[in-house]
Each structure stands twice: as C-alpha cells, then as structure tokens.
Ligand binder design. Structure first.
Ligand SMILES: C=Cc1c2[nH]c(c1C)Cc1[nH]c(c(CCC(=O)O)c1C)Cc1[nH]c(c(C)c1CCC(=O)O)Cc1[nH]c(c(C)c1C=C)C2
Length: 513
C-alpha cells in the first residue's frame, strides 16, 4: 500500500472525499473517521408508516437538490443511482409558485400569504410589485455607492445599498432564512451570493448593469456525469425515491465494499498533530493512527478543538471559531386529505424577519422561518394506499415547518413525534395554530407529526469569511505543508452541491498525486 489518508467526519463532505480518494488512489489506504454511529451528517430520510393509508418519506435535513451541481450529477452516475432519481419539472407549481408570508406588522396592504411574481401577469396583480419594481428600476441607474475600502458586507447591507431598505428587509431576510436559517444582517454577501457582488463590481456598482457585461469564466472542470445531465434537463430540483439519504447511503455502501477503505464509527477525534513526515490522529478511546495526510471535513469548531494547543490561539487558526452556527427544528407534519384542502399549490413560503426585530427570549409564538409544501414537490416518494398523489386527490398532505435560526428555540417537548397516544404538546399546538394563521384556514388534526432538532447545523458565514479562509489556507500550508486539508460547509459553501464538490476537490488536492 502507498499513502494512508484519514478523512475526518462522515457527513456529506467527508463521504464525498473518501469516495473520490478511494477511486482516484486505489493503491492508497483511506480511513474515514466518524464520531457518530451513522454516516451522512445532517442528511436523514426516514420512512414512516401511516396505518391504513400508506407510507411517507420524511426529510430531517436537506430535502431537494439543484441540477446545476455537477459534482452531484457525477456521483449519481458513478454510483448508478439514475433509476432512483425523481425530478420536479420546471413547469410544476413547486418550481413556479413561491410564496412569502408577510407578518401583519408590515402593513395591511401586503400582509398575508403572497405569491412572488414570476411573470408580467403576476407583477400586475401582486402587492409585492410596489417593492420589487422600483427596487429593480432604481438599481439599474443608481450611482456606485460602495465605499471604496469596502471588501465585504452583510447581505442586508448590500441589498439595502443597491435595492433599498424594503427589498432588503422583506426579500433579503426571507431568502437568508431559507438558505442559512440565519439573519441577513449577519451573513456576508461575498460568501452567500458571490455572483451578485461580482456583477456589481463589473457594473460600476450596479448588479443589473454588471449582468449585461461578460464575466470572468472560472476554471472549467470535467465531470464524469454520463447521461445524468440529460435526465435533469427539465428539472428545477430533484431528489430520490428513498430521499436524499439514498445518496449518502450509496456512498457508504460503496466505501464499505472497497478493500482500501476502513470506516471507523463511534470514533471521536481528540487530537490531530504533525508527526515526522506524516500526521498522527488520536481518538478519544486513546488509540492513535498514523497517516500520510489528513482531510478534515469536521465542523470548524471541532477541528479547532483538536489542533495542537500552540496553534489554536494564533490568529488564522482562531478564525476556525469566527462563524456562529444556526440551529433548526425541522417539524414534519402529515395531515389527512389532499393538499388542495391544506395549502395553495407551490413550493411553500418563507417569512421575512419581524420589522421590530427577532424576540430576545422564547414566547408563545414559535419562530417559524418558513414552510415547505413537500406534497407538491416529490409526492412519488410516498406510497399512498389509493395510488393517488395529485394535489386534488392524494389521501394525505405532507409539509415541513422550519423553526429557529435567529429566533430563540424553546426546550423540546417530552416526546418528539406523535407515535403513541400522548396528547399534543403545547409547542406543537402553537406551531399548528401559527400554520393555520399563515394558510388562513382551520387545519385538521395531523395524522402524524415529528420534530427533528438540528443543533448547530448551518454555519452563519460572517462578512470577511473569504479573506479569513485565505489566511487560514496560508497558515495551514506553512504549518502542515500538504498534510492537512480543511474542507466542508464551515470553510466553503453550505449547499449539498458545495459539500460534495469540496470532498471531490480534496481528492484532487495538494500532494495527493
Ligand atoms: C434544516 C433546514 C435548512 C435550511 N436551509 C438549509 C437547510 C438544510 C440549507 C439550504 N437550503 C437551501 C439552500 C440553497 C442551496 C440549494 O441547494 O438549493 C441551502 C444551502 C434552499 C432551500 N431551502 C428550502 C428548500 C426546500 C431549499 C432547496 C430547494 C429550492 O430552493 O427549491 C426550505 C427551507 N430551508 C430552510 C428554511 C427555513 C426553509 C423554509 C422554507 C433552512
């Protein structure tokens, strides 16, 4: 055997790194180390039986993928998952009809569930038009209002400068709830939406002017995606028959069959340090492993905690602690009756931050960030006793309410699902009453509900992140040469596609040839 590479963390990024390393370097040993029993990180798809009605597939983390993530399309091809893919067509309501729920405090003229206009007819009818149209028209002619020394800023501050305060507060905050489950006043624009920042740089301050000018093309990579891109040609988003966990399970099964791969579960790392020409990893069990190099896909605070003490306090390494994280309660609910009796046809809705700001303590009203109408996107994942999945005639309706992020989260109720006969906890009662208000209709008693707490699941990537990470890369290379690569949502992008891509790049990384 040649080199021995340890991959720390068995979430999406770690699995992708181990998968690509084992394929690319068949003569090397790969050890994947995960502190939990299960691999896959936040991806968790569970099938639940609804007695007499069928089964529903519930997602506890990410739920759909975008077809532009080439590294994911490649994985599907390499793992032979094509036949399990379910696409949501670009023409479906889930792709075309997106909503905002505007709280009453924003004013009676726009309050309530509002469809985001997607065509001229929508623009003519929507109360949101009075915010959208002036914002866009002004942006195109507004002078460059970026302070010359500014190198990054929050999404809120960027949108406020370019598209005005109402746009930033309503659209910007809602969008950041849906991606980062965080406050748009905290997330850095250059990490969250680099294309917007770059377009404004090209367009003398204006994104719209910049969008008409040619942009610099990044390095084009080759992906071995077979016919998967063709399969996705009409898709807005997609998933798998068995949910997103099909992807992580398939990587895990592939790795388990490789003779050059070892998977260590229930194995927390307690120290990572250089040792001679290689690295030494100490596990909390006390055992240690010597490897040629390490790919860390750990959450950045975890990596910080296991680095040598002499490094932890020095500046580029302390930036591993710079970003806070968001926690989200993912609340899956299944109602009896077809979706048409519960919600409008569409993707779901996001809720902007309250105009008066987020509450500082838990109150009766749960901090709902948005709701996904799952029944409209991939209903084929569910087995329905009648075989009917349509908006008007399915037997049940599945949706997911997302709670938390910048809102304080209450302690969890004693039971986290409706299994058993315990009465509905107050927390669930409050969520259902808010949901009924958002959808402007009384709701039936759920057939099933479940709360999945996801603590510290998404990094809140603060302004200046890219510069901090560039400094960190420099310091890593100085201290470890090419023996330690750091990848994952905490250093790169946070989407599933970003994580898979980061793992793939780690396998192409420095010194691994
Ligand atoms: C646990 C809740 C999560 C929230 N955001 C994410 C998770 C895991 C991560 C995330 N969500 C989206 C992106 C953008 C990139 C992408 O892959 O599309 C990321 C990194 C977008 C998104 N948000 C929701 C869905 C269904 C999607 C993807 C598909 C699409 O845009 O059509 C729903 C949603 N997620 C969160 C909230 C509050 C929310 C509400 C409707 C938080």
């Amino acid at each position: 055997m040649g080199r021995h590479i340890a991959v720390l963390g068995g979430g999406l990024t770690g699995l992708s790194a181990a998968f690509h390393l084992s394929r690319r370097l068949p003569a090397s040993r790969v050890t994947l180390i995960e502190r939990q029993k299960e691999l896959g990180g936040w991806v968790r798809s569970t099938r639940v039986e609804l007695p007499g009605k069928g089964t529903v597939l519930l997602e506890g983390g990410p739920r759909t993928l975008r077809p532009n993530a080439q590294s994911v399309l490649e994985l599907i091809h390499l793992l032979g998952l094509e036949s399990q893919v379910i696409t949501v067509p670009k023409t479906s309501p889930a792709a075309k009809a997106r909503f905002l729920y505007i709280p009453e405090a924003y004013g009676a003229s726009i309050a309530g569930l509002q469809r985001i206009p997607s065509d001229v007819w929508g623009l003519l009818r929507s109360p949101l038009t009075r915010i959208l149209v002036p914002a866009v028209l002004q942006e195109a002619v507004k002078f460059n209002n970026k302070p010359s020394a500014l190198r990054d800023e929050s999404v809120d501050s960027f949108l406020r400068r370019r598209l005005g305060g109402d746009f930033a507060q309503i659209f910007g905050s809602a969008l950041i709830h849906g991606i980062y489950a965080s406050d748009s006043r905290q997330i850095g624009i250059r990490s969250a939406f680099p294309t917007m920042w770059d377009a404004a740089e090209r367009g003398w301050g204006s994104m719209i002017r910049g969008s008409f000018l040619p942009s610099k093309k990044g390095l084009q990579q080759d992906y071995d995606a077979g016919d998967v891109a063709q399969l996705m040609s009409q898709a807005s988003v997609f998933s798998f028959q068995g949910g997103l966990q099909s992807l992580t399970d398939a990587m895990e099964h592939y790795l388990a069959k490789q003779s050059n791969v070892e998977i260590l579960r229930n194995s927390a790392v307690s120290e990572v340090a250089p040792n001679g020409p290689g690295m030494e990893i100490t596990l909390s069990s006390g055992s240690s492993i010597r490897t040629s190099s390490v790919v860390s896909a750990l959450p950045t605070p975890h990596l910080h905690a296991v680095l040598p003490t002499s490094l932890r306090t020095t500046k580029p390494f302390s930036s591993l602690l710079a970003n806070p994280t968001s926690s989200v309660h993912v609340v899956n609910i299944v109602f009896p009756g077809p979706p048409s009796t519960i919600h409008p046809a569409g993707f779901g809705y996001l809720i902007p931050r309250p105009p008066q700001g987020y509450p500082s303590s838990v109150n009766e009203e749960p901090g709902i960030l948005g709701t996904v109408f799952d029944a409209c996107s991939v209903p084929q994942q569910d087995t329905n006793a009648t075989g009917k999945h349509d908006y008007d005639d399915a037997q049940f309706t599945k949706l997911t309410v997302m709670v938390g992020g910048p809102y304080p989260l209450p302690p969890l109720p004693p039971h986290l699902s409706s299994d058993g006969s315990a009465p509905l906890p107050k927390y669930m009662q409050n969520i259902l009453s808010q949901l009924s208000k958002h959808l402007s209709r009384p709701l039936p008693t759920p057939l099933y509900w479940r709360i999945k707490p996801n603590h510290d699941c998404i990094p809140t990537v603060l302004p200046g992140h890219q510069e901090r990470m560039a400094e960190l890369r420099g310091a890593l290379s100085k201290e470890f040469g090419d023996r330690l690569q750091v990848v994952g949502a905490g250093v790169g992008g946070v989407s599933v596609g970003d994580c898979v891509e980061a793992g793939r790049r780690a396998a192409l990384g420095p010194g691994l040839d």
